[in-house]
Structure formats: C-alpha cells, structure tokens
Design a protein around this ligand. Structure first.
Ligand code: UTP
Length: 295
C-alpha cells in the first residue's frame, strides 16, 4: 500500500464560525494542525504518496505542507534549529498532491475524485478530521487484512448504543481466526432502534480499487450525498475480484476534531502527555478541579 487519499473538502459546519474562513483540518491540536497528525500516521504506515481532496477555503492546507523560505531564513539567522526542524517537517513528510472536489457531494464522491491518481492498486483513505493515537497501528493491521482477503477493509469501533446514529454502522460476522470480522451490511447513521450493532465505522479505510467502479454507479443516498458506506455495502455482497468488506476492530483512542467536545479532548489529552506542557497543564487542571477553587 503506497498511496493514501485524505478527503478534506467537507464544509465543517459543526465547528462554525471557526471554520468560516479556515478549514477544520487546520485547527491546531497543541502546536500542529490536526491534518499533520493524520499525514504522519499515513507515513508511519509506509505511505509515501498522499492525495488530498480539497475544496474552497482549503488553501491553508496546501500552504502548510509547502516550504516557507522567509520563515526558515529567519529561524536560521536566529540559530533556532528546533523550530526550524518543526517548520520543515511538514513539507518533507510525503509527496503530497491535491485535487479539488468541486461540489462537496459526499465522502463517496470525494473518494471517486482520486481514481486517476490511485489507479489500480489498494489504497488507504484517512479522514482528515479523525485523530488516532500515535501508538496505534490500526492502518498497518488493515493493510495486512486487505492483502490477506483481497477485499476492502474498514476500521470499526464499539460505541455507546445511543451514539450509533452519528456513524456508519456495521452488521458483522466474526472470522474464526485472523482477528478481524466480515461485514454483511453497512447502514449510514441508523436510528438507534434500527442499528444492527454498536460497531461504528471510523475514518480509516483500506480499499480495493474496485470501489471506484461501484462509486461511479452509486446514486446519491442519505442527505443527498454519494455515500462511501453505500458503495461498501454493494462490495460487501458482490462476488469476484475485489469483493468483500472486512472490519478491524479499533480499541485505542480516537478523536473527531470536527466535533467541538472531541476536539477539546484531543487538545487536552495530547498536551497533558507532552513532556514540555504536561506537568504544568496537569497541575493547573488538578487545581481547577479542586472544589475550593470552583466558582
Ligand atoms: P464530515 O461529515 O465529518 O465532514 O465528513 P463535514 O461535512 O466537513 O462536517 P460537518 O458535519 O459539516 O461539520 C467526513 C470527511 O469527509 C470529508 C470531510 O472533509 C471529512 O474529512 N468530505 C465530506 C469531503 O471531502 N467531501 C464531502 O463532500 C463531504
């Protein structure tokens, strides 16, 4: 698996007005934009080629992964090598390409825009606002399952049953060995009482390129958008090369930085574990949690 597709063309309405003029993927999580963590995760999984599906208002993303000579010169002149390395890191992570989605007609439509860049090989899709713990190697495990099964693979996470209507939901059959599940059916954002399980699809996929042909034929579904979930449902029940959808159950930490509360949890969690910020932040958090200090 050499290539990753990162769709970042969504409107980010849940985070308005912060995302009125700035992409939600550029919101800082401590001192890096959320999207940089996602690209770093892809690179850790051995990916060297990243295609971002962008849209209007997303130029800041391209600038972030580009060189900025005048900042680099200023830091070099000051001898600030630590910051210089941090600034250069984003522009040397991977070979990053961009294509615009045009109308944001859904995640499936965004993925379909990657067809000519990806060609005929399995590829990863990482949602640009989903952060996964750095220690976790779910993408590597998904690539292994894709190679073993020849189908497509999604990451699944157990959620509280009341939360399932915010996610795509999977109807699964555990496989006897191999540590993954086979997916029979997928429903996008089901009503709580109609959900086939509490297994939610999270923003990591390793897809067989057959998904492009299916997406091209997939009509607009829920919310008038072309849903990746609907294309995966078709692949789950199809036959022949590239058919079958499998799930790897993710049990680690994951944050949706497009959601305000989850974004705040990401910032506090990551900061509180950093050597430079953690001790002081944790001390302050403990002090404000002490009843005597509550307003
Ligand atoms: P979301 O539904 O989380 O993104 O889509 P959104 O539409 O930006 O968010 P809200 O609900 O309005 O706050 C999941 C991912 O798919 C991308 C988004 O950028 C996000 O990474 N996406 C979604 C696209 O690239 N294009 C689309 O048409 C829709």
């Amino acid at each position: 698996m050499r290539k990753a597709v990162i769709p970042v063309a969504g409107l980010g309405t849940r985070f308005l007005p912060a995302t009125k003029a700035m992409p939600k993927e550029m919101l800082p999580v401590v001192d890096k934009p959320a999207i940089q963590y996602v690209v770093e995760e892809a690179v850790r999984a051995g990916i060297s080629d990243v295609l971002m599906i962008t849209g209007r208002n997303k130029r800041a993303l391209e600038d972030h992964f580009d060189r900025v000579p005048f900042i680099e010169q200023a830091l070099e002149a000051k001898g600030d090598h630590t910051r210089l390395a941090a600034v250069r890191e984003a522009s040397s992570l991977a070979d990053i390409h961009y294509v615009r989605q045009g109308d944001p007609k859904g995640l499936g439509h965004a993925v379909l825009r990657a067809q000519s860049h990806v060609g005929n090989e399995p590829f990863a899709v990482l949602l640009g606002d989903d952060l996964i713990d750095e220690q976790d190697e779910v993408l590597q495990e998904m690539a292994r399952v894709q190679a073993e099964t020849g189908g497509s693979v999604v990451a699944l996470m157990e959620v509280e049953p009341s939360q399932i209507s915010s996610y795509g939901c999977a109807d699964v059959v555990p496989q006897a060995d191999g540590g993954f599940v086979r997916i029979h059916g997928l429903v996008e954002k089901p009503a709580v009482d109609e959900a086939p399980s509490n297994l939610a699809v999270i923003g990591r996929y390793v897809l067989h390129p057959r998904v492009f042909d299916v997406l091209a034929e997939t009509p607009a579904g829920r919310g008038g958008e072309i849903q990746l979930t609907d294309a995966l449902q078709t692949l789950a029940t199809a036959e022949g090369e590239g058919s079958g959808v499998f799930g790897v159950i993710f049990r680690g930490r994951r944050f949706d930085t497009g959601d305000k509360l989850s974004y705040l949890k990401a910032v506090f969690t990551i900061a509180s574990e950093r050597e430079d910020l953690g001790p002081a932040l944790n001390e302050w958090l403990d002090s404000v949690r002490t009843p005597a200090n509550r307003v």
